[in-house]
Design a protein around this ligand. Structure first.
Ligand SMILES: Cc1cc2nc3c(=O)[nH]c(=O)nc-3n(C[C@H](O)[C@H](O)[C@H](O)COP(=O)(O)OP(=O)(O)OC[C@H]3O[C@@H](n4cnc5c(N)ncnc54)[C@H](O)[C@@H]3O)c2cc1C
Length: 481
């Protein structure tokens, strides 16, 4: 086992599996495979592990989380089983989820019981209709027919009720980028995951989570190299042969790419190595949207009111829920994550991270001057909007910074700065890779269901198990039994 930034001499010449990328899917797969006694090398182009599950420090002792806003309870079980109890035991519920928009203002624990109560008492929906809706959403599986859209699902159960659609859909759009036009099942699976017990977070912050994961990877025997930008996956005779990283070739039997699906196919391998039908299918995969974020640090000694702000606040001034409005540069909807001292009990600090969904194209073509000005405008507009909940925010703020789709693209290499990988059709393409090239696998944000912290961890496990089974079969063939 070794851990280093790129130190050529310490890396072995050959591994059983090379994992490219240390997002939650990549790290989880590496851990599962190393526990099964495979020789695993984990290569990460950034100087730290985590991918989108990341954080950054700023002067004044500030630490900001990027994607620690909330995930379903299933993360506890997955972390206990595929990581360790130290990690699982730090996953705690977020008690106050708030919505505030022109159609309604509510506080909820964001689970089935509380949503049923709200839908029946506040939205006046018959209880049996609510029950049928929840049961239908819960029975959806990724093997289902994907023809019905989320809009059609809502029209079936709540025709003409834009307010109900907003309550049910808006948080999921933020959680995984899915829209009313996406398949209903991509909505149903994620919604049901949250509804089982509410929204959870990791106490201690993303930095602690990734530190604990790194320790576990090392204990499992994974060789980890950061600042290791993989340029090429070389294939020959229909199978994976080696990867090229910082100019050096490392032989391997299998590669699991946690990099962007399209980047894996078109840049790391090259389209000439796949069948033309497959390339047509991969070409047609749509990327998911990107995000902007504004990070706000509160002066030491100042506080935020937990009762008023809640833990997660879905705030909008738009008259109704519409996907194009959520993505528009003219921002009407923001999700605020409020971080209290309970997030990092050692540091008595308060932070706000305001997130919006965003189109890459709105940011990609700006001049440097316009880009910097747009970031300043984004920060200023966000502080203005936040005044509704924290009236003295401009006086108590100590530090602000903005991230755009360009930021996410820069740090993770995701095409289009995509926050949640690809749309639904990406899942089938990701699964078909090993049929195209033996030993070539992909795990990471695809298909909405496999995105987000829980989706990424679980997809990492699924693909690690595929690789394990394939390696066993290869061994059996080699031994002629
Ligand atoms: C702003 C924002 C907010 C979010 N909020 C939430 C949330 O509240 N809850 C939730 O569940 N999810 C959230 N997500 C989504 C979640 O963070 C991601 O779905 C998940 O972390 C993705 O994990 P992944 O395994 O797909 O890999 P990624 O995180 O995409 O990581 C891929 C890794 O591969 C590396 N890589 C790429 N190319 C190469 C190469 N050539 N060589 C070496 N390394 C390479 C990258 O550097 C990166 O580290 C959010 C995402 C964003 C952007």
């Amino acid at each position: 086992m070794l851990e280093s930034s790129f130190m050529t001499s310490l890396i072995k010449d050959e591994y059983d599996i090379i994992v490219i990328g240390s997002g939650l899917a990549g790290m989880t797969a590496a851990n599962v495979l190393a526990r099964s006694k495979h020789r695993v090398l984990l290569l990460e182009k950034h100087y730290k592990l985590g991918g989108m599950a990341t954080w950054f420090h700023r002067k004044g002792g500030h630490v900001f989380d990027i994607s620690l806003h909330g995930f379903p309870v299933g993360m506890i079980k997955s972390c206990r089983r595929y990581w360790n109890t130290k990690i699982a035991d730090r996953i705690v519920v977020l008690p106050r989820i708030k919505f505030d928009n022109p159609q309604f203002s509510i506080t909820t624990t964001f689970n089935r019981d509380d949503f049923t109560r709200l839908l029946v008492t506040q939205f006046q929906i018959p209880e049996d209709r609510v029950k049928e809706f929840f049961d239908t959403a819960r029975s959806m599986s990724h093997l289902d027919n994907a023809a019905m859209t989320a809009k059609e699902l809502f029209d079936r159960f709540f025709p003409g009720r834009e307010d109900v659609v907003r309550l049910l859909m808006e948080p999921i759009t933020y959680a995984n980028g899915s829209t009313l036009e996406d398949p209903a099942l991509t909505y149903g699976i994620v919604f049901s995951n949250f509804m089982s017990k509410g929204v959870y977070t990791f106490q201690g912050g993303t930095d602690l989570l990734v530190r604990l994961m790194r320790e576990e990877l090392i204990a499992s025997g994974v060789d980890i190299v950061v600042s290791a930008d993989v340029q090429k996956i070389n294939t020959g005779g229909g199978r994976v042969r080696n990867v090229v990283v910082n100019g050096r070739e490392i032989r391997t039997k299998a590669v699991l790419s946690n990099a962007n699906l399209k980047g894996t196919i078109f840049s790391l391998v090259g389209k000439e190595h796949f069948s033309s039908d497959f390339i047509d299918e991969a070409d047609a995969v749509r990327l998911n949207n990107s995000s902007t974020q504004v990070y706000i640090a509160i002066k030491p000694g100042e506080t935020l009111d937990e009762e008023v702000c809640g833990d997660l606040l879905f705030s909008s001034t738009a008259p109704a829920f519409r996907t194009d409005m959520l993505l528009s540069r003219n921002i009407t909807s923001r999700t605020y994550s409020f971080y209290y001292p309970k997030t990092r009990p050692d540091a008595n600090r308060y932070y706000v991270v305001a997130s919006t969904n965003a189109n890459y194209s709105d940011w990609a073509n700006l001049s440097k001057t316009d880009y910097e000005q747009s970031k300043r405008d984004l920060i200023d507009d966000t502080l203005g909007a936040l005044q509704k909940y924290v009236p003295n925010i401009r006086e108590i703020v100590e530090y602000t910074e903005a991230a755009t789709p360009m930021t996410f693209e820069h740090y993770t290499g995701h095409w289009g700065g995509s926050s949640f990988g690809t749309k639904f059709e990406g899942l089938a393409v990701s699964r078909k890779l090993p049929q195209q090239i033996a030993g070539l696998y992909h795990a990471g944000s695809v298909g909405i269901i496999m995105s987000g912290w829980l989706g990424a961890v679980n997809y990492g496990v699924i693909v690690a198990n595929d690789i394990d089974a394939w390696m066993l079969e290869e061994k059996r063939k080699r031994l002629g039994s």
